[in-house]
Design a protein around this ligand. Structure first.
Ligand code: ADP
Length: 430
């Protein structure tokens, strides 16, 4: 492994900030020498991750680079181009795959500048190595020639950019852009993680709150009902009315808390996920809804449905919520509900179709939001949690749910599940 080393400019100021020192010869450990005032050095592991996007825009910044290059003259040219572009470079050179792996394990870099074709390996292997090592450092291919197809392929496979050696004036801008994109990617990843963490905290909070609220609420509901029974007609008319309001409120709050608990449980349960027959899930949902189906005279039919990778009780719950809604939001016709599924690429698309009141397209998204409803409680009972639960269950399995509907023309709720690859036994990957 070649480690190039020289002094940084004495002031320690970025090269773009003041007068540049004259290029000094740099000595590689293998004896080859290149010339640059740039500091390419050491195993110190020190990093220039501290440069901010603002520094990048200002064109002055320290750069810790790993150069995958076996030609000292090319190294020098790259360094000169970077220096001209306002970088103070500090870093290492790797000539073999082993050196490369060792370097990225021990040090931290802002960018990798890799020759596409070296005698024993190729620059794209550095992208693979980084992926294997779980690192996210942009790799720019710096190469003598690269056909357009190869260039597109390399970028598809993860290279940040490519710069031709006879056009090295492009290098600083390419580096700047790669670092900027990398930084934005990191920030995005960080905010995604923060969001996931706060969602988890919120879910945990909702679970604990709804769980612990149940007991005091049960007391309030029980005693207000007792009050209503014992003192109805014994106080004045206003008192009867107020007690009844309190009873209704307590009972309603109880169902809200139970629904909230059911919603947060979707994320809390350590789920048993396995190949699940959707036919059976629909039939279980129909059995659970026996009384409602019987009273309403609904006709529920289904096609032959596929096996999906799911938690069986939750899949039952999805069908049950959708079928119960199809009955609740019935139209004037006798209720007819049909469940079907068709394959679309790598997904199964399930449909639950009804001939009910339908939904205006502008409400097609809001109905999946927790506690959102289109009707008053007096028109249709419910808390607006059923579809939110379906959405949560389905999205946790990598699917999506939506509705296709028009007012007065029935609704079709559709949701997807990834197709399970069945090899002999029903055994998809975990
Ligand atoms: P809830 O049924 O308690 O209101 P949901 O989350 O299950 O809560 O449904 C949200 C809203 O979506 C319902 O209030 C209703 O307006 C609408 N909706 C759901 N399913 C249907 C359906 N099959 N037909 C018409 N409207 C529906």
């Amino acid at each position: 492994m070649a480690t190039l080393s020289t002094n940084t400019n004495a002031s320690g100021a970025p090269s773009g900030c003041g007068p540049r020192p004259k290029p000094q010869p740099l000595q590689t450990s293998s004896g080859s020498s290149v010339s640059a005032n740039t500091h390419l050095a050491t195993d110190q592991g020190g990093v220039s991750k501290d440069h901010s996007l603002r520094d990048l825009e200002k064109n002055v910044c320290k750069l810790r680079a790993l150069l995958v290059e076996d030609d000292a003259a090319d190294v020098e040219l790259m360094l000169q181009a970077l220096r001209k572009g306002g970088f103070e470079v500090n870093g290492d050179i790797a000539r073999t795959s082993e050196e490369f792996t060792d370097r990225v394990r021990r040090n931290s870099y802002d960018v990798v500048l890799a020759d596409y074709k070296l005698p024993n390996w190729n620059g794209m292997e550095s992208v693979e190595t980084m992926r294997r090592e779980g690192l996210d450092i942009p790799v720019i291919l710096v190469t003598g020639s690269l056909g357009e197809h190869t260039a597109v392929d390399c970028i598809k496979q993860g290279a940040a950019d490519y710069v031709l050696k006879d056009n090295l004036s492009r290098l600083p801008e390419s580096v700047r852009r790669a670092i900027r994109e990398n930084k934005l990617r990191e920030e995005h990843k960080q905010s995604q993680e923060d969001l996931a963490r706060s969602c988890q905290d919120l879910e945990q909070f909702a679970y604990i709150a709804s769980h612990d609220l149940q007991e005091p609420l049960r007391m309030v509901a029980a005693y207000t009902q007792l009050l209503a029974e014992r003192y109805r007609g014994k106080l004045d008319a206003d008192a009867d009315k107020y007690i009844q309001y309190a009873v209704d409120g307590a009972l309603r709050m109880q169902t809200l808390v139970q629904d909230l608990l059911a919603f947060s449980r979707v994320g809390q349960q350590g789920l048993d996920i396995q190949n699940t027959k959707s036919n059976l899930a629909v039939e279980t949902a129909v059995k659970n809804l026996y009384a409602t189906i019987h009273e309403s005279g609904a006709l529920v039919t289904h096609d032959c449905l596929p096996v999906v990778y799911a938690n069986a009780p939750q899949l039952v719950q999805v069908f049950q919520n959708l079928i119960a809604n199809a009955i609740k939001f019935r139209g004037a016709e006798p209720i007819a509900i049909h469940v079907s599924a068709c394959k679309s690429g790598k997904e199964w698309v399930f449909s639950v179709t009804d001939n009910g009141i339908g939904i205006a397209p502008e409400h097609a998204e809001i109905i999946f939001v927790t506690f959102k409803r289109l009707h008053t409680h007096a028109e249709y009972p419910g808390n607006g949690i059923g579809l939110a639960i379906c959405k949560k269950i389905i999205e946790r399995r990598g699917g999506k749910i939506w509705v296709e509907s028009q007012p007065g023309q029935g609704s079709t709720f559709k949701f997807t599940f990834p197709v399970v690859e069945l090899k002999g036994e029903l055994r998809p990957p975990r």
